[in-house]
Design a protein around this ligand. Structure first.
Ligand code: Z5A
Length: 223
């Protein structure tokens, strides 16, 4: 459980699985019930963490190696939690975050080979008790995900992670599924291959079932 009174939901998964799309829709649905809902993302989510995001996604940190990248993700997370997530949870908000600790475990841990004990230590220091109440892991075949990410990008350059080979992304998908199996109470895997509206409906059913405050606030509104 999170340390505050609010509720903390994260979305995870590989490239182009629809995390940003679904995070927005989820926040809109919660807000439509008259509840306080905050959309945020990692890396980023606070001014200082957004500056670190720019450095990470540009590829400028990559030459320093995966441990240095892991430290930078942790530094961004510390500020994001202090400036954005914990204040929102303390006032009772629903916080919906596009990527969080599972991305570090998967990208820096499973894929880049950073020592799991080091990552666990960083997670303990950065996150403490502010563990997500629910993590929705969007699962999609790699070719479809990369095609979606390409179409969203249009003519813009691929970022440091999008430039990785297809085998990297296959490994990502497997690692997200294996990671979810380690914490089945917190992590639910959702098929993200349907239309965005259909995926949003599935996520909403899951989220409503998990949080009684949503069912109470939704009495008399749509199912
Ligand atoms: N990273 C890390 O290494 N370690 C960490 O600890 C953390 C992150 C926190 C952040 O990139 C990078 O940082 C990330 C991991 C690494 N790697 N990369 N790249 P980012 O935040 O810029 O991007 P992303 O999180 O990877 O986003 P994404 O995967 O590219 O996209 P998405 O959020 O999953 O999907 P989307 O933007 O919602 O949708 C993509 C397109 O598909 C868009 O045009 C949508 O309109 C469309 N879409 C969405 N849903 C559907 C459906 N259902 N059908 C059809 N089309 C759809």
């Amino acid at each position: 459980m999170t340390a505050g009174q609010g509720s903390f939901i994260t979305l995870e998964g590989g490239e182009g699985t629809g995390k940003s799309t679904q995070a927005r829709r989820l926040v809109d649905r919660i807000a439509a019930l008259g509840l306080d809902a905050v959309a945020t993302r990692e890396p980023g989510g606070s001014p200082r963490a957004e500056a670190i995001r720019d450095a990470l996604l540009s590829g400028a940190i990559k030459p320093l190696g995966p441990v240095a990248e892991a430290l930078m993700f942790a530094a961004a997370r510390i500020d994001h939690l202090d400036a954005t997530i914990r204040p929102a949870l303390a006032r009772g908000a629903f916080v919906v975050c596009d990527r969080f600790i599972d991305s570090t475990r998967v990208y820096q841990g499973a894929l880049e080979g950073v020592d799991p004990a080091l990552l666990a230590g960083l997670e303990r220091v950065a996150v403490g008790a502010t563990v997500p109440d629910l993590t929705l892991v969007l699962d999609l075949d790699v070719a479809t995900g990369l095609a979606r990410a390409r179409s969203r990008r249009g003519g813009a350059a691929a970022d440091r992670f999008e430039r990785e080979a297809e085998g990297f992304h296959e490994g990502l998908r497997r690692a997200f599924l294996a990671n979810a199996e380690q914490e089945p109470e917190r992590c639910l895997v959702v098929d993200a291959s349907g239309e965005a509206d259909a995926v949003a409906d599935t996520l909403w059913l899951i989220v409503r079932a998990r949080f009684p405050a949503l069912r109470r606030a939704g009495q008399g509104t749509r199912p």
